[in-house]
Design a protein around this ligand. Structure first.
Ligand code: HEC
Ligand code: HEC
Length: 178
């Protein structure tokens, strides 16, 4: 049981390993990966502290552990998947660490403006995914979903222009991501 936090950390690291194993197309891709690496340690540190604090509640719904959650998709997640949503989906998706949206000494403090924007963005994502299901010509792509990374691509502000041809990482749905 003592090994659980480290196993979890391994799971968090998987997409990162997957990302770094992809062929590097250019120096731009390498730079982005390096920045993400240094933030990942900070995110994992905060996540591990929460894992310790709520040990034994990994399968509880996040909404039961954190009653002030308002986004339905987050409330319904088992706690261990909620951590991944925060760590990989929200933080890595925007290329930031937890403190971009949170007071890390008081997670329930919602005074940070980025926290409010992120909650609205989560509603935008829910709305969009509900609409995607109704698109008749996309009937064979029902598994298609939009998430934070779809637009943000590791940036606080989504890039306005696509990067030059050849610098974009391989396409596809991110695995283990929200
Ligand atoms: C882009 C903004 C953003 C980032 C980055 C972010 N979070 Fe969150 N976090 C939120 C939002 C928004 C909520 C509330 C969601 C809701 O209302 O359902 C939340 C809720 C939480 C909660 C529940 C707090 C409570 O008591 O209600 C915890 C714990 C948490 N996040 C941990 C983390 C950790 C750990 C990280 C870093 C690995 C992180 N968050 C990164 C936006 C963010
Ligand atoms: C449909 C595209 C799209 C999706 C999906 C999306 N965003 Fe955004 N987001 C934007 C745009 C556009 C902006 C405005 C950026 C600017 O001001 O240039 C933005 C801005 C933000 C900001 C403010 C950044 C800043 O610099 O102040 C936060 C925080 C944010 N988004 C969080 C999220 C989170 C968390 C998710 C996933 C739940 C998400 N976004 C999903 C398009 C998107």
């Amino acid at each position: 049981m003592k090994a659980t936090p480290f196993l979890m950390l391994g799971i968090f690291a998987l997409p990162l390993i997957w990302a770094t194993q992809r062929p590097a197309h250019s120096n731009i891709t390498n730079t982005v990966t390096t920045v993400a690496d240094s933030l990942q340690a900070d995110r994992d540190r905060h996540t591990l502290a929460l894992i310790e604090k709520y040990k034994g509640r990994e399968q509880d719904k996040a909404g039961d552990v954190f009653p002030s959650l308002k986004v339905q998709a987050l409330k319904d997640l088992p706690l261990e998947r909620f951590y991944r949503a925060m760590n990989l989906g929200y933080s890595r998706g925007l290329g930031v660490s937890c403190d971009f949206c949170h007071n890390v000494n008081n997670w329930a403090d919602e005074s940070n403006q980025h926290h409010a924007i992120a909650r609205d963005m989560a509603r935008l994502v829910e709305f969009t995914n509900a609409k995607v299901k109704d698109l008749p010509a996309l009937a064979d792509k029902r598994g298609m979903t939009v998430n934070c990374s779809t637009c943000h691509q590791g940036h606080k502000e989504p890039p306005r222009l696509a990067p030059p041809a050849g610098t974009r990482p391989p396409q596809g749905r991110p695995r283990n991501n929200q």
